[in-house]
Design a protein around this ligand. Structure first.
Ligand code: GLN
Length: 538
């Protein structure tokens, strides 16, 4: 069978949930037995997402091969239950980089190098390579940004050409738009959708499916109007109302017949849907029996997306334990304020996620101390792990000025220091210790028990590590390193003895969490938090 491509574009405005739409389309097609992969096109000039500020773009998601990607890649991996690679991310920076490299190598044989055909050819080959490499029957291509943006034009042009070359049944366009409600009549307005489809047509593209985002389900009249004005069949206008959980969206699409429509349109077999497992998982997300409160002390708390993979990992863990995880989200710098202090006492568990820069680190250390001394379940990830060691050195080993050299280069006790290979590096892009690395875990440790294994692989993104000089001192006082790199040199996991759940890890377990396979250390935290809250209630 040849390869099919489904492009998901967005109109009207950004932030419509194109990522969830793309992931959900992939999910329902996969449930019909198709081999599906997904990729993201980000029309910005950055080579990758590694240098982007989480305030603007949300979390940086890390893939097995170390690619620092847009957070939508996390959604694809979770909804498709697959592992993706750096090829699944295309940016303008990458495309131009590749073309310029070829030009410098003399590959264009004296031709004038131009957007059409050189840039568009590069885009086309990047898209088809993803499908070929994955052996996918269907490749979902999410086009970031909004149709009409100058920077997305070469991509739309490449796609217009691909549609013509591959044929109508092999190349589909799904356009996501917003249907707002205005005025006293509370009528659903379709005009913005009409305009954005007109914009798409100006690029030579006619959408096959319109996914209409709205607060409430799309009314019949609005659906018909969109079908008429945008020239798509009524059954190809799909309503995507606000969902309580993102994991409902595949079910919304399936129930409206979108999967059948796409399969017919692609001339593929209509196999019965295999969404039973997904529905069981969703049922647990929607109807939990218990509740725990996990406090997340972070740095970009105004932006929910900054810690997306953690929230999802807790959702997966909660579903497995019939528990809803309520988040107490605290901006680290305001932790000393009285009400945030009170929140610490309310928390059944505390998570300190990864991070960079000194802002808020002292307050995070306070929260870690609170968890350690009051036996509140605690998980520290990456920076959280490093700071747990700093806290321990300061308050248990009595090294009052212990710190990471990231925050105090002059400290007398650099408990956390640069990775040796990082010294002398000046470039910031893609130079951290990145991606999947093996970790050996001690038999009998809590971590081994939670993973059900002593050899694990987890994704990394850091420049600093526990300074080997302090390892014995820290362990003697009860913070045991139960996970290390295979050469034994790098500390990967620490567990505090005599505490119900106090674990730190240098890697990011949140990135590999999946609906039916929650990240083990998040699962452990929710379990411990549940026990903690039950103990407290008694
Ligand atoms: N800033 C720390 C380091 O570079 C932690 C990184 C992280 O939390 N991802 O090692």
């Amino acid at each position: 069978m040849g390869m099919k491509v489904i492009v998901v574009s967005g109109g009207v405005l950004s932030g419509l949930g194109k990522g969830i739409t793309s992931s959900s389309i992939g999910c329902v097609l996969k449930a019909r037995g198709l081999k599906v992969t997904a990729m993201k096109i980000d029309p910005y000039l950055n080579f990758d997402a590694g240098t982007l500020n989480p305030f603007e773009h949300g979390e940086v998601f890390v893939l097995d091969d170390g690619c620092e990607a847009d957070l939508d890649l996390g959604n694809y991996e979770r909804f498709l239950d697959t592992n993706l690679a750096s090829d699944n991310v295309v940016t303008t920076g990458k495309v131009y980089g590749a073309v310029i490299e070829k030009e410098r190598a003399g590959n264009f044989l004296g031709k004038t190098v131009q957007i059409i055909p050189h840039i568009t050819n590069e885009i086309k080959s990047m898209i088809s390579n993803v499908g070929i490499k994955a052996g996918a029957e269907v490749t979902i291509v999410e086009l970031g940004g909004t149709v009409g943006d100058i920077e997305s034009m070469p991509f739309l042009e490449a796609m217009r050409q691909m549609h013509a070359e591959m044929g109508h049944e092999n190349f589909l366009f799904v356009h996501t738009t917003l249907v707002p409600v205005l005025g006293t009549l509370q009528e659903q307005k379709t005009k913005p959708t009409q305009h954005s489809v007109r914009e798409l047509r100006a690029q030579g593209i006619q959408p096959d499916v319109i996914v209409a985002r709205s607060e409430k389900p799309l009314e019949d009249g609005a659906r018909r109007k969109i079908a008429l004005f945008c020239d798509v069949p009524v059954e190809a206008v799909v309503s995507a109302p606000d969902a309580k959980s993102i994991y409902q969206v595949p079910i919304f699409l399936e129930e409206q017949g979108l999967t059948d429509y796409l399969l017919k349109r692609m001339k593929l077999d209509l196999k019965p849907d295999g969404l039973e497992d997904w529905k069981v998982f969703l049922g647990k997300v929607m109807k939990p029996k218990h509740e725990v409160k996990i406090m997340l002390v972070g740095k970009y708390m105004d932006q929910r997306d900054s810690y997306m993979s953690h929230y999802e990992a807790f959702t997966h863990a909660g579903a497995m334990l019939d528990t809803s995880v309520k988040f107490l989200r605290v901006e680290a710098e305001s932790l000393s304020k009285a009400d945030n202090r009170a929140l610490l006492k309310e928390a059944d568990g505390i998570l300190i996620p990864g991070g960079f820069g000194v802002r808020g680190t002292e307050e995070k250390i306070d929260a870690i101390r609170f968890a350690r001394e009051n036996k509140v379940p605690f998980l520290g990830v990456c920076l959280g792990f490093q700071l747990a060691n700093v806290e321990f050195a300061r308050h248990v080993l009595g090294m009052a000025d212990a710190n990471s050299t990231e925050f105090d280069a002059q400290t007398a006790h650099p408990v956390v220091d640069f990775l040796p290979e990082q010294k002398g590096l000046t470039k910031k892009g893609a130079t951290m210790r990145l991606g999947a690395q093996p970790v050996l875990v001690d038999e009998g440790s809590r971590t081994a028990e939670l993973y059900g294994a002593t050899e694990i692989s987890e994704r990394h993104r850091h420049r600093y590590e526990i300074n080997p000089h302090y390892i014995d001192m820290i362990q003697e006082k009860g913070l045991k390193f139960t996970g290390r790199s295979p050469d034994g040199k790098r500390m990967e996991v620490a567990e505090l003895q005599g505490h119900p759940y106090f674990i730190g890890c240098q890697f990011h377990p949140e990135f590999k969490s999946r609906p039916k396979r929650p990240a083990p250390l998040h699962l452990g935290l929710v379990k411990a938090a549940l026990e903690f809250s039950q103990r407290r209630a008694r």
